[in-house]
Design a protein around this ligand. Structure first.
Ligand code: MRU
Length: 383
């Protein structure tokens, strides 16, 4: 089954509502940068590459809206698009679009507000900022054209970012699949699948590619407290594709490794620093330490857009702290003692020394460090 996590449909962005999976599979529609930002913040869409693709469409939607190329909203609209309590200083919603004044100035101001609201949606996944920077560059390249022409160019770029993400995942998948032996039992944490990307997935893309290459592999999915991306999303994706999957709670990983039931670990990432330190879903660091202890290779599927050379080491990666409600319970059920102090850091950093290899679309970087990452990025820049 091919999951289209995000799709352009009838002049609007549609995103699978990942908060209600696997109980229901439903698309929500998006028409503005602010509503896409809210979709990212509230986890309708999540996973580093998917967040980047959504942000690119958010910019394109804002340009279409400001240049009056969007038809009126119809269908099931993403949370917040009508009710979103946008700060009245958000000029994109209050300025006249045309007539009465210089519409190119209004367009520019509205677009800047769109970029700002998108950049504030989530802090850790660098793909968000990567996509915004790429869209800004495209905008700058056609800034002298009419708002309508700019909007069409930005929409074409968003389509390209989506298509490129799937191509990259497939290339990365082939590199990663070569690392897994036939019959491998592979543990993963969180969801780095089709749902976390435009399609195919990064870590789960490696599993899909291994299966496509004829290897029999089986997946062990960590539940991934507190948001349960493993139990709800990874397990669902693997079941859909008949890839054997076993769900465990996060605290069972050490036992499974000690029993000799894990041959490799493959996870995704939200940001890799210049020295190879890896930020990923909270709990990944724990898995990496355990893997080292048990001599199990620990691989990170990492598109180049996730490498952030401006950050020297993992300690400078911004770590999102999410609502205490996510730890207190799930949805309407609360189990934590009332009044207890709660922490909810959503990501952690795995030091490069625990990473066996970064699987990128340019091949596998074994034992990543400052030199190997610098060389990889220099090779990319010169090609
Ligand atoms: O909070 P989330 O669900 O956005 O976190 C997702 C992860 O940590 C993924 O492992 C990461 O983004 C890589 S996705 C290919």
């Amino acid at each position: 089954m091919k999951v289209e996590t995000l799709r352009w449909f009838n002049n609007r962005l549609e995103m699978v509502d990942q908060r209600i999976l696997p109980a229901a599979f439903e698309y929500l529609s998006y028409y503005t940068a602010a509503s896409v930002a809210e979709g990212i913040r509230s986890m309708v869409v999540r996973g580093a590459p998917a967040i980047g693709v959504a942000a690119a469409y958010g910019v394109a939607l804002e340009a279409l809206r400001l240049s009056q190329l969007l038809p009126p909203c119809r269908g099931k609209v993403g949370m917040g698009v009508e009710s979103l309590s946008l700060d009245t200083s958000t000029p994109s919603l209050t300025l006249p679009l045309h007539g009465g004044g210089d519409s190119s100035v209004d367009f520019k101001t509205g677009m800047e507000a769109g970029f700002t609201v998108l950049a504030a949606s989530r802090p850790t996944a660098v793909n968000l900022f990567w996509a915004l920077q790429r869209m800004r560059k495209v905008w700058e390249g056609v800034a002298t054209q009419s708002p309508q022409e700019i909007a069409q160019r930005l929409l074409a770029e968003a389509h390209e970012i989506l298509a490129e993400d799937i191509r990259i995942n497939k290339t990365m998948g082939a590199h990663g699949a070569a690392l897994l032996k036939d019959g491998a039992r592979v543990l993963t944490h969180c969801n780095a699948g089709a749902l976390a990307t435009a399609g195919w997935g990064t870590a789960l893309g490696v599993f899909r590619s291994a299966v496509e290459a004829g290897k029999k592999i089986s997946v062990i999915a960590d539940e991934t407290r507190p948001f349960l991306q493993g139990a709800r999303l990874t397990a669902w994706e693997m079941v859909q594709e008949n890839i054997p999957v076993t769900l465990i709670t996060d605290n069972m990983a050490g036992y499974m490794m000690a029993q000799g039931e894990v041959d490799a670990v493959v996870v995704g990432t939200d940001r890799v620093a210049a020295n190879g330190d890896v930020a990923n879903k909270i709990g990944t660091y724990m898995v990496a330490v355990l893997a080292k202890r048990h001599n199990i290779p620990f691989y990170v599927a990492c598109p180049l857009s996730t490498i952030d050379l401006s950050i020297a080491s993992g300690k400078d990666i911004p770590i999102e702290e999410r609502s205490a409600d996510e730890v207190k319970g799930f949805r309407d059920t609360h189990w934590a003692a009332e009044g207890v102090k709660i922490r909810n850091p959503s990501f952690d950093v795995t030091p490069a020394e625990l990473v066996t290899g970064l699987i990128t679309e340019r091949g596998v970087v074994l034992q990543p460090d400052v030199q190997s990452i610098r060389k990889l990025m220099a090779d990319v820049a010169s090609s």
